[in-house]
Structures are given as structure tokens and as C-alpha cells.
Ligand binder design. Structure first.
Ligand code: GAP
Length: 444
């Protein structure tokens, strides 16, 4: 983990947030390469969830959330962690995360600590008008259920996908970007006819496992955990956690839950008319029935929900961990390489003029960069620092799949050299063929 954290800072992937003022615990900023990696991961999720399917719509809802939403979702009452104080050092910990040095010390009885951040809304700060920063993106998908059904005429089964920030006042944020207070989720709420939920749950567990493997995660490092007992969330009939061997241990990367009809039922008015199976709290604030009509007998059905919910930041950490390799070279030296899958690589290609101050070479490199950039396959850069060996090492370390060197043969014979990050093999090709080569590489 230390090597990864150091590389992330050195190469501009991830920085401690508010660092020049001493930092703020549990918050991180994504730098020039981190934002590219994160966007590529999110885009890959969106493409597979929304574009490659015909039964999912997208949504981007507000972060600030009406207190009634989080009252009826159960978060106001149950979204808590048990907190203990160490009387010796005065620090507070989650009951299951007490550090070794405090274990023998006198600890207070655990008490519930709500993890939601609250903020004042409007110009009066007297506590009468507040909202929560959403603790999961899911709730605003449920509250928009009727809007999406009415505007798209969707029938069951169908899903609503959303990517966005979520906030939790974690008692002990830790392990780099694994457990933080501000993070992003990629969540799908997939609405199904009650009775088909177990089958859909299984399908989504299989599909999500395959997707992570397609992002470069080694299948042997993934374990499926059937969540039971107190660990099962209040809304869930059954949850499978997709666990990954992070550098600090086997932990949750994504949860795939069967949320039954709890959420749509809880956010509905006139619940007694809806044949809801889950135990919900009566709702006198909502103005909608979140149900669909059964065309066979015109009755109302509250759909069951299967929810694959993945953390973007945990995804980035897992991808970085998989990609990070230190390789011994033939000359006895070592190289660090991030062997990202091409679609995730922050920089797709670096175009390198062999001599940094040679105008003709630099001009040719810029021309080629602009052609490749316009193919819209991701970021392409010109690396104009002169030392070809150092440039190759740098781009190995940030995971650039190809380096294209423009040299004097490029001016005389229209040839460039393409070096492959993983094999380090180099081939000489006609500059006119580079766009096709590049396109085929990233689209195959
Ligand atoms: N809507 C369901 C839900 O929020 P969750 O298991 O609490 O379920 C889903 O969170 C995913 O969000 C987790 O699998 C994890 O990847 C990510 N996540 C949760 N808390 C996090 C935190 N404090 N820091 C980073 N990621 C977190």
C-alpha cells in the first residue's frame, strides 16, 4: 500500500485533500491522471449498464436530500455505527476498529453514532431548515421512480443507473481511498416483478463479477460473501458482497442486495392499498404511490429492487493494485509498470519527438497527437522532454499503453516507432497507418 500511495502522489493520481493546511482526514483529491482513470472506470460502468443494455435509464439527482427521504428510508434511525471512547487517550473508535494500543485500556460502552452529514439550507441558521448530504445515491433513484416511469413508459423489469457522490461521517476513515468520508458510488436500482427477484439477484451477481474481471481484476482475488445476521442492512432480504483482496486485506468492493419492495413501499402514500411485503413505516408526507400497474387485472404492483452498488474509489484502488508491477529487466535494473487494461489507461498514447528542441520533429509530433486526439478514444499527449529512456520509464509508471517516437526517419521516410508498454517491443510503421493502428488497438 505504501508504494502505491507514494506512486499516486508522485505521478499525480491521488493527493491528500487540503494538504497545505495539514489535510482533512478521510478526504482525497484526484490529480491529473487520477481523474482520467476514475472517469474511464465510470464510463466503462455507464457503457455496460446503460448503453449496452436496453432496459436501463440514467439519472443524475441532487446530493442535498430532504430529511423526509432519509426518515422513510430508515437512515435517520438505523444508519449508525457503534462508537466507543478510549478513556486513556481520549480518542473515539468504531467498536470493531479499536487499535491494538487501546484494546487493554478502559473503554466506554458502545453508543450509536449516525453517519449522515447534515447541513443548513437557506439564509436562516436556526436548525429549522436542514438537509442531509446523501449517504447513498440510491434514495433519489427511488424518489424519482414515478418521474422516470412516466417520462419513459418503462415496464418491468427495468433499471435506473446513477453515478455520484455520497457522504458518510465515518468514525475511523482509513486505508487510503478505501474508507473515506466523501466518495462516489455507481449504483443501479433494477426493478423487477415480485417472485422473479431471486433469479435476478443471481444474474446480477454473475454479471457484476464478470464486469470487474473485464476491468482487469484477477478472478482469484474476488470472493463472494453471503451477508448474514446483524451485517445485513435493514432493507435487505439477501445481500452478496463482492469481496476483493485489497492491499490491506479482503474487503467489500461492491454489494449486490435484494432490497425487496422496502424502499418504493416506504416512500409511498396509502401503503395499505399496495400489498407491500416489507415492513415499512406509515408515510403521511409523500404525495405519490411508487407502483406500476399490472395490465392483467389493473392492480398496482410495488416492484422488488435488485441493487448492485459499487464504490468508485474502491474500484480505483483495486484497479491500481492489480495494475502495479515491479519487473526485473534483462540489464538487472527494475521498472515499475501500471499494466491497466487499455480502456482504463489515463493516457492512451504519448507522442515523443526524439530531440526536444528540433522544430521539425516537435511539429510532426504535435500534428500526429492532434490527429490521434480527434479520434476521441481518450487522452493523447506530446512528451517533449528529450530523454527517450526516461520518457519510456515515466509512461510505464503511469500505464500509457503505447509510446510513439517521432525521429529523423519520420521526416525522411514517414516512419515512426511504436513501443508497447507491456512487451516493451518496438515496431516501425508508416505514420499514415498510425490512426488505424491506434483505433484497432483500443477498440479491439
Ligand atoms: N446503496 C447501498 C449502499 O450504499 P453500501 O454497502 O453501504 O451499500 C456500497 O455501499 C458501496 O459503496 C460499497 O461496496 C463500497 O464500495 C462503497 N463505500 C461505502 N462506504 C464507503 C466509504 N466510506 N468509502 C469509500 N467507499 C465506500
Amino acid at each position: 500500500m505504501e508504494e502505491l500511495v507514494a506512486l499516486c502522489k508522485r505521478r499525480g493520481f491521488i493527493f491528500q485533500s487540503n494538504e497545505i493546511y495539514g489535510g482533512l482526514q478521510g478526504l482525497y483529491d484526484y490529480g491529473p491522471l487520477g481523474i482520467e482513470l476514475k472517469n474511464n472506470l465510470k464510463q466503462s460502468w455507464w457503457t455496460s449498464m446503460v448503453y449496452d443494455r436496453d432496459d436501463v435509464e440514467g439519472l443524475d439527482a441532487s446530493i442535498l436530500t430532504h430529511p423526509d427521504v432519509l426518515k422513510h428510508s430508515g437512515h435517520e434511525d438505523t444508519f449508525t455505527d457503534p462508537l466507543v471512547d478510549c478513556k486513556s487517550c481520549g480518542l473515539r473508535f468504531r467498536e470493531d476498529q479499536i487499535p491494538d494500543q487501546c484494546k487493554g485500556e478502559e473503554l466506554t460502552e458502545p453508543r450509536d453514532f449516525n453517519l449522515m452529514f447534515k447541513t443548513n439550507v437557506g439564509p436562516v441558521d436556526d436548525g429549522s431548515s436542514y438537509a442531509y448530504l446523501r449517504p447513498e445515491t440510491a434514495q433519489q433513484i427511488f424518489t424519482n421512480f414515478k418521474n422516470v416511469v412516466d417520462s419513459t413508459s418503462r415496464t418491468l423489469p427495468f433499471g435506473i443507473a446513477q453515478i455520484g457522490k455520497a457522504f458518510r461521517n465515518e468514525i475511523t476513515p482509513r486505508n487510503f481511498i478505501f474508507r473515506v468520508r466523501e466518495f462516489e458510488q455507481m449504483e443501479l436500482e433494477f426493478f423487477v416483478t415480485p417472485g422473479t427477484d431471486d433469479e435476478w439477484h443471481k444474474k446480477w451477481v454473475d454479471s457484476r463479477t464478470k464486469w470487474w474481471i473485464d476491468q482487469g481484476i484477477d478472478s482469484s482475488k474476488i470472493k463472494l460473501l453471503n451477508v448474514t445476521g446483524d451485517d445485513l442492512a435493514h432493507y435487505s432480504k439477501s445481500t452478496i458482497d463482492l469481496m476483493y483482496e485489497f492491499p490491506h486485506g479482503l474487503e467489500e468492493l461492491e454489494g449486490i442486495a435484494n432490497r425487496t419492495d422496502f424502499d418504493l413501499g416506504s416512500h409511498s402514500k396509502n401503503q395499505d392499498q399496495l400489498n407491500i411485503k416489507a415492513t415499512t413505516i406509515a408515510n403521511n408526507s409523500s404525495n405519490a404511490k411508487l407502483a406500476v400497474q399490472d395490465i392483467s387485472d389493473n392492480s398496482l404492483i410495488v416492484p422488488y429492487v435488485i441493487e448492485p452498488s459499487a464504490g468508485v474509489d474502491r474500484g480505483v484502488l483495486a484497479i491500481l493494485n492489480e495494475a502495479y508491477k515491479v519487473e526485473k529487466l534483462d540489464d538487472g535494473k527494475e521498472r515499475v509498470v501500471l499494466s491497466f487494461k487499455p480502456h482504463l489507461a489515463p493516457i492512451k498514447a504519448a507522442v515523443i519527438p526524439l530531440k526536444k528542441n528540433n522544430e521539425a520533429l516537435v511539429e510532426k509530433a504535435i500534428e500526429l497527437k492532434n490527429i490521434l486526439q480527434k479520434l476521441r478514444l481518450g487522452r493523447v499527449v506530446v512528451e517533449n522532454t528529450g530523454n527517450i529512456g526516461k520518457n519510456y520509464r515515466k509512461h510505464d509508471e503511469v500505464g500509457t499503453p503505447m509510446c510513439i517516437t517521432v525521429d529523423f526517419d519520420s521526416l525522411e521516410k514517414q516512419l515512426v516507432t511504436i513501443r508497447n508498454r507491456d512487451t516493451m517491443e518496438q515496431e516501425s510503421i508508416d505514420i499514415k497507418l498510425v490512426p488505424d493502428y491506434f483505433r484497432n488497438y483500443f477498440l479491439s
